[in-house]
Design a protein around this ligand. Structure first.
Ligand SMILES: [Zn+2]
Length: 241
């Protein structure tokens, strides 16, 4: 019996996809999702074919089945909704947008549900030591709770078009005098990426601070305009800043 990284209970842990399988994390080959998204963009495969053909994507075994089911019911659908809409939006342009450009998408979304899915994925992918410091687990578990989610961290979102999919951490330490890294962990799978960073960390242009979504109401749909930069790998962006 191990400890669930979200509710903290001792339980049998179950395997889950990070990011969710339906958000293009469905490829058996390790960390090369963009070929599949290219196939979709070029019309050579449909989303359904890609889903049907491949058996697995990146998975973690860090949550209990009750937490997995809870996330799957409450938050995953909105995450998948944005991923699919963004991918279709990219597809309209004929090819993936270019590195270092800006992208806009406006769509209806339940933003608090979406934000909590992103936060929950960070809980799953870091090691126990980091996970224990996360102060937003109750925020995730109490679905109606909104407003400030952390005293210590914030979350950035950006468009991602790189070749390498990645979910993990700790990622990068910018200020070498400080012991914890500035970017605690990140998740980068076409069409977007997310990073959990220390609160004092300044996002460069193009990284959207998801704090903007925190005061919305659970399960309520809003028209959201997302505006963010497109990157093929975020870490190099920070080195030398
Ligand atoms: Zn749990």
């Amino acid at each position: 019996m191990k400890k669930c990284r979200l509710c903290g209970k001792e339980a049998k842990l179950t395997e889950e996809h990070i990011p969710p399988k339906a958000a293009f994390n469905n490829v058996k080959r390790k960390l090369t999702r963009d070929r599949d998204s290219q196939d979709i963009l070029l019309g050579e495969k449909t989303f359904e074919e890609v889903n049907g053909y491949y058996k697995k994507g990146q998975t973690f075994k860090t949550l209990c089945s009750s937490c997995n089911n809870f996330l799957g019911t409450e938050y995953v659908p909105e995450y998948v909704r944005l991923a699919v809409n963004l991918m279709y939006s990219y597809k309209k342009e004929g090819c993936l947008p270019k590195h270092n450009t800006y992208y806009f998408i406006e769509m209806p979304l339940r933003p608090l549900n979406f934000l909590k899915q992103v936060l929950s994925m960070f809980c799953s992918i870091v090691n126990e030591g980091f996970n224990e410091q996360f102060d937003f687990k109750n925020y995730i578990l109490h679905k109606e709770e909104n407003g400030k989610f952390s005293e210590k961290y914030k979350v950035g979102m950006y468009g991602f078009v790189g070749k390498q999919g990645f979910a993990g951490g700790p990622v990068i330490r910018i200020n070498l005098d400080k012991s914890p890294p500035d970017i605690i962990c990140k998740i980068e799978f076409v069409p977007f990426g997310f990073m959990l960073v220390n609160k004092e960390f300044e996002f460069p242009d193009g990284i959207l601070d998801l704090d903007a979504l925190k005061d919305t109401e659970y399960n309520r749909e809003y028209d959201i305009l997302f505006q963010f930069g497109i990157y093929d790998e975020v870490s190099p962006l920070y080195i030398g800043r």
